[in-house]
Design a protein around this ligand. Structure first.
Ligand code: PHE
Length: 352
């Protein structure tokens, strides 16, 4: 390095530090930064000058210039810290020391969605009765959503489920994909893969091509149940579902079973509990009947058992399906199913 160059570096450093000492505000500091460290600042000029030196001197000169840059940058950071705390004291009259006597800030935490909560609660209730919890595909084949559940193509029973087809030609069986209209196809999938005894609970989303209102959503959650073994009778169905109602709604609620039709069960039933609002006296919530329907159920149809290769002479079982939001609505007195899907934080925070 030439003596000349070394001199220049120490002069630049001395001048820059002197100027830095005089900077007393953020603006002045920024002006200094641009003049000294900026893209067209003094340091850059020095670095450019290096190429004019003879090759031997270049390396040491470059190192010296870089050292200078690092020292000036450090000095700049120091001054920034000093000015910041000066300005805080000036504007607030306090230093930035921590006031340990201040109460802590509340940390707000999230919580599980009410639908998730009720699904977990119901799954746990059946878990204690020996049911396993599974899930399955939401995009389903016509075969599983309908045909293997004893609902052939073009059968009028299909009208019970307004379907969202992935392709409209599906109903002819050509492109047999749809968004499952219920969780019942999982009955078939479970039976095809396993031998009895079977006891499963399948929570999951279901989709219907329907207009939404206070009690209908086009997308909702169902919870399917299936039990297959030798000698399972309707009494087992009733006992299991009454125990479920006791766990979820409390011992005070009464349960009622009435005949209902679903192509994949025989006999079929609907289960209701007595109205939580009027204790069965009749009110607006229960449409003056005193009862609220909570699910469809029944003994698995022999044709369904045969279809998956089970011998209906040997095995029998029951199945049931309920709407998760519906149960949550009854539990919490929620009057509109659409609340579950609008993500209004005021609604959700009630279920923390
Ligand atoms: N899958 C039926 C529905 O969505 C309910 C059901 C399930 C009925 C199982 C009987 C047995 O309406």
């Amino acid at each position: 390095m030439t003596k000349n160059f070394a001199n220049r570096i120490s002069i630049i450093e001395a001048e820059a530090l002197e100027l830095l000492d005089k900077a007393h505000s953020e603006t002045e500091l920024e002006e200094w930064r641009i003049a000294v460290l900026g893209r067209r600042g003094q340091i850059t000029t020095v670095l450019r000058g290096i190429s004019d030196l003879d090759p031997d001197s270049r390396r040491t000169a470059g190192a010296a210039a870089n050292q200078l840059k690092i020292r000036l940058q450090a000095a700049f950071e120091d001054s920034k810290g000093r000015i910041n705390s000066d300005e805080t004291v000036a504007s607030t009259g306090t230093s930035d020391r921590i006031d340990v006597t201040l109460p802590g800030r509340k940390v707000s935490s999230g919580s599980l969605h009410p639908t998730t909560q009720i699904i977990r609660e119901i799954s746990n209730a059946f878990n204690t009765m020996g049911f396993q919890v599974l899930d399955g595909p939401e995009v389903e084949l016509d075969a599983y959503n309908f045909q293997k559940l004893n609902i052939p193509a073009h059968h009028p029973a299909r009208d019970m489920w307004n379907s969202l087809w992935i392709d409209r030609a599906s109903e002819s069986g050509e492109y047999p994909l749809l968004l499952r209209t219920h969780t019942s196809p999982m009955q078939i999938r479970v039976m095809e893969k396993n031998d009895p005894p079977i006891r499963v609970i399948v929570p999951g989303k279901a989709y219907r091509y329907e207009a939404t209102d206070a009690t209908h959503e086009w997308q909702f959650c169902q919870i399917e149940g299936l039990a297959i073994d030798r000698d399972i009778t309707f009494a087992d169905l009733k006992g299991t579902l009454e125990e479920f109602a006791r766990i979820i709604f409390g011992a005070k609620r009464k349960a009622r079973f009435r005949c209902d039709f679903f192509p994949f069960v025989e006999p079929g039933a609907e289960m209701s509990i007595d109205c939580f609002k009027c204790d069965g006296q009749g009110c607006r919530v229960c449409g003056n009947s005193g009862w609220i329907e909570i699910m469809g159920a029944g003994m698995v149809h022999p044709k369904v058992l045969e279809g998956v290769g089970y011998d209906p002479q040997l095995y029998s079982g029951f199945a049931f399906g309920m709407g998760a939001e519906r149960i949550a609505m009854l539990r919490h007195g929620i009057d509109d199913i659409r609340h579950f899907y609008t993500n209004d934080i005021r609604f959700l925070e009630q279920f923390k």
